[in-house]
Write a protein that binds this ligand. Structure first.
Ligand SMILES: NC(=O)c1ccc[n+]([C@@H]2O[C@H](COP(=O)([O-])OP(=O)(O)OC[C@H]3O[C@@H](n4cnc5c(N)ncnc54)[C@H](OP(=O)(O)O)[C@@H]3O)[C@@H](O)[C@H]2O)c1
Length: 297
C-alpha cells in the first residue's frame, strides 16, 4: 500500500457533536468492524440502521435493524428500495465473508463470497445512489458512501469467470471481491457526482471473517484470531480512529479516495484502468441479472 501525499489532512480535533443527529446506514453493521462503527456512532447520537442477518445490539439506543440475507440479489434489491436514501448522511458497506475452501453456491447460483462481499454492495449502491441525500437541507454537504475492503493492495481482479465456475480457489475468488470493491469506489466517484464515495482498508483486525477460510476449524480460528488480536487494533479502536475521518470536511473534494487503517490516503492498485473497470463491472452486473432471472424463470 502506497501513501498518497496529495491529500494531507491537517490535524483537527474531533468534535463528537458532529456525529449527533446524523443518519447512517451500515450494510454489514451487525458484526465485526461494521458493528463497532455502528456502536461508536450511536453512542455519539447518530441514528444508525444496521443491515445484516443477526441483530446483536437490541436495546442499544439509536440502532435499528433491517434483516436481510445479502447472499441473495433479490434481497439486496429489497434492501436498496427500503432504505431512506434521501435523508441519509452516510452509507457504509462492511458486509463480507471469506470464500470457503470448497466453492459454495447461493440459491441464485452465485459463488457465495462474490455474492455477499461484492455483488450485494454493487446492487444496493446502484439502487440508492441517485436518491442519496436529495432531501438533505440546502447547504448540507453531499451524502458520503464508504466502501470497506482491501483496496490499494494490487488486486486488479481476473475477468471472464467472476462466478468461479470453470476454476475455483478460495483466494482468487476472494481477491476478485477485493478488486471489485476497489473498482466500485473508483467507478462511483465518476458515475455519481451527487455523492462522495471513499474506500477504506482497515488492515488486519480480529473479527469472525476468516472462519470460512479455515473450514470452520474452531481451534485454528481461535489461534489465528488470538494472534491477530495481539498485534493489531481492535475493531472498536479502529472505529474510534476512523469515525472522525468519515465526518472530516477536509475530504469533501476528494471523492474516490482510498484510506488506510490510519485514515491516510493511499494510491489505488495498479492496473485499474477505466477500460478494465468498465469490463469488470459490466461482467458483474450481468452476473446479477442472471442470478435474479434464475429465480423468476
Ligand atoms: N477483519 C479484517 O482483518 C479485515 C481485513 C481487511 C479487510 N476487511 C474488510 O472489512 C469488512 C468487514 O469485515 P469484518 O472483519 O468486520 O467481518 P465480519 O466480522 O465477519 O462481519 C461481516 C458483516 O457482514 C455481514 N454478513 C455476512 N454474511 C451476510 C449475509 N449473507 N447477509 C447479510 N449480512 C451478512 C455480517 O452480518 P451477520 O453476522 O448478521 O451475518 C457482519 O455484519 C469486509 O469488507 C472485509 O473484507 C476486514
Amino acid at each position: 500500500m502506497k501513501k498518497d501525499p496529495s491529500l494531507q489532512l491537517s490535524a483537527s480535533r474531533f468534535n463528537p457533536s458532529e456525529v449527533a443527529g446524523k443518519k447512517v446506514a451500515i450494510i454489514g453493521g451487525t458484526g465485526g468492524i461494521g458493528r463497532a462503527l455502528a456502536r461508536e456512532m450511536a453512542t455519539h447520537g447518530a441514528h444508525v440502521t444496521v443491515v445484516g442477518q443477526t441483530f446483536r445490539d437490541a436495546g442499544v439506543p439509536n440502532i435499528e435493524f433491517v434483516q436481510a440475507d445479502l447472499s441473495l440479489m433479490h434481497e439486496a434489491r429489497r434492501v436498496a428500495s427500503s432504505l431512506p436514501a434521501e435523508t441519509l448522511d452516510l452509507v457504509i458497506f462492511t458486509t463480507g465473508i471469506f470464500a470457503a475452501r470448497k466453492r459454495q453456491e447461493t440459491l441464485e447460483g452465485l459463488e457465495r463470497d462474490m455474492a455477499v462481499s461484492f455483488l450485494s454492495r454493487q446492487v444496493i449502491l446502484q439502487g440508492i445512489a441517485h436518491r442519496l441525500g436529495v432531501q438533505l437541507s440546502k447547504g448540507h454537504r453531499k451524502s458520503r458512501v464508504f466502501i470497506m475492503g482491501y483496496p490499494g493492495t494490487g488486486q486488479a481482479g481476473t475477468l471472464g469467470d467472476l462466478n468461479s465456475e470453470s476454476a475455483y480457489s478460495a483466494m482468487s475468488a476472494h481477491m476478485n471481491t477485493v478488486a471489485g470493491n476497489e473498482m466500485l469506489v473508483l467507478d462511483s466517484a465518476q458515475r455519481y457526482p451527487n455523492i462522495n464515495t471513499y474506500g477504506l482498508n482497515p488492515g488486519l483486525i480480529k473479527t469472525d471473517i476468516r472462519i470460512n477460510l479455515l473450514g470452520g476449524n474452531k481451534f485454528l480460528f481461535a489461534l489465528l484470531e488470538g494472534l491477530i488480536g495481539v498485534f493489531t487494533p481492535t475493531a472498536e479502536t479502529y472505529a474510534r480512529r476512523i469515525v472522525p475521518l468519515m465526518l472530516n470536511s477536509q475530504i469533501n473534494g476528494f471523492t474516490g479516495t482510498l484510506f488506510n487503517n490510519k485514515g491516510q490516503a493511499i494510491h489505488p492498485s495498479a492496473g485499474l484502468t477505466g477500460a478494465h473497470i468498465r469490463a469488470f463491472l459490466t461482467e458483474s452486473r450481468t452476473l446479477v441479472e442472471r442470478a435474479v432471472d434464475s429465480q423468476v424463470a
